[in-house]
Design a binder for this molecule. Structure first.
Ligand code: SAH
Length: 359
């Protein structure tokens, strides 16, 4: 067999050398390198979004997505008692499209815009430059980490952010849990197992062959955000490809040029994601004294926010081609065959704040 992984990408070669020198790495380290390597990482070097990229996210599908979230944020702010200053932050903003659309829709409430201190949490310098362009004209502060967000009440947005955070994977064998590692076979990157893993809280009755994913970084970020919501008030809206914690499974996937790819085939040149375990995130929020909403599907959420009405207004008086495009966008965002069911929404609030459409 010809080694395929070894020579395919510059990052692949770098990882082969690292593994030759130091031994196999965890799936988490592999994901972190593929997405965040300063030299070759996917988000550092590529233009992932849109038709020419590798995938399309909801804000890139239609302006209606960000607009509805902008109006949702305005309503949250009203229910928070209209603070004269608050943190409006997006974590992992991509091209900045969601925030731009949200701010445009929020013009119906000038006091909201005057009170908003806009912060973007983004690790990629390249994407920061794109965001600067998209959000030209707005006063914005960029941050490296969620821990750097200033104190105070906040409305926090995270769309397709948690799915980009590295996870560890464990496989149940007849001898207990083993950690899935990325090592070398015939000089090429290959998955292997490191036996004897100990995982806090893992189900020891899991059947042989079960995969367990542990999202330590996601949990730490959720803990930080939930803790600040409990202390200062406000709401976090997290939307992602994910599940409500049912069962076990390997959800690591690579997408390149709108197609699924072998996760080891093109390190740094394919997007690597995992499905977000929303039940686990909810538990973290509760443990920090914040209040998680029920987990809704993106379809339910957008329809409850008035997607159909917004589409009707946007399409009114337009030519048939534009109206068709708007209908297609609605279907893509909320339809069960598209993003409507696969994507989930979790809202976390501090104190006794109840926000629409959950309460
Ligand atoms: N929300 C956008 C982009 C999703 S892609 C959209 O829906 O279109 C994931 C985004 O998270 C990218 O902007 C990526 O650079 C950023 N990101 C990845 N890891 C991050 C981290 N640890 N901290 C902050 N941003 C991160």
């Amino acid at each position: 067999m010809t080694p395929v992984g070894a020579k395919t990408t510059p990052l692949g070669e770098k990882l082969v050398r690292r593994i030759e020198a130091l031994g196999p790495i965890t799936v988490s380290d592999y994901m972190a390198a593929c997405l965040g390597d300063p030299e070759h990482g996917y988000y550092m070097t590529r233009e992932p979004f849109g038709a020419a990229g590798d995938f399309i996210t909801a804000p890139e599908v239609s302006q209606m997505f960000g607009e509805l979230i902008g109006l949702w944020a305005v309503e949250c702010w009203r229910r928070m008692g209209r603070p004269s200053e608050f943190v409006l932050a997006e974590i992992g903003p991509g091209r900045g499209t969601l925030m731009a659309d949200a701010l445009r829709a929020a013009r119906i409430e000038p006091a909201f815009l005057a009170a908003a201190r806009i912060h973007l949490v983004e690790t990629s310098e390249r994407l920061r430059a794109v965001q600067r362009e998209t959000l030209d004209g707005h006063a914005i502060e960029w941050l490296e980490r969620v821990d750097d967000l200033p104190d105070g009440p906040a409305i926090l947005l995270a769309n397709e952010f948690f799915d980009a955070l590295p996870i560890r994977q464990f496989l149940r064998t007849d001898e207990g849990w083993a950690e899935r590692m990325v090592g070398l076979r015939d000089g090429a990157l290959a998955f292997g197992l490191r036996p004897g893993a100990r995982i806090d809280g893992a189900d020891e009755r899991a059947p042989a062959g079960a995969t367990l994913e542990v999202a330590t970084i996601s949990a730490a970020i959720m803990a930080t955000l939930a803790d600040r919501l409990r202390r200062f008030g406000g709401a976090l809206l997290a939307i992602d490809y994910g599940h409500a914690g049912e069962g076990f499974g390997d959800t690591l996937q690579a997408v390149r040029g709108h197609r699924f790819d072998d996760p080891l085939a093109h390190p740094g040149e394919a997007d690597l994601t995992v499905h977000v375990d929303f039940a686990a995130l909810s538990r973290v929020a509760t443990a920090q004294g914040a209040r998680p909403s029920p987990i809704w599907t993106q379809g339910e959420f957008l329809l409850a926010l008035g997607l159909l009405e917004r589409a009707g207004r946007l399409g009114a008086g337009k030519d048939p081609a534009t109206q068709d495009a708007i209908r297609a966008a609605v279907e893509r965002l909320a339809g069960p065959e598209a993003m409507g069911t696969l994507f989930k929404v979790l809202c976390v609030t501090g104190g006794d704040l109840a926000v629409p459409p959950f309460g």
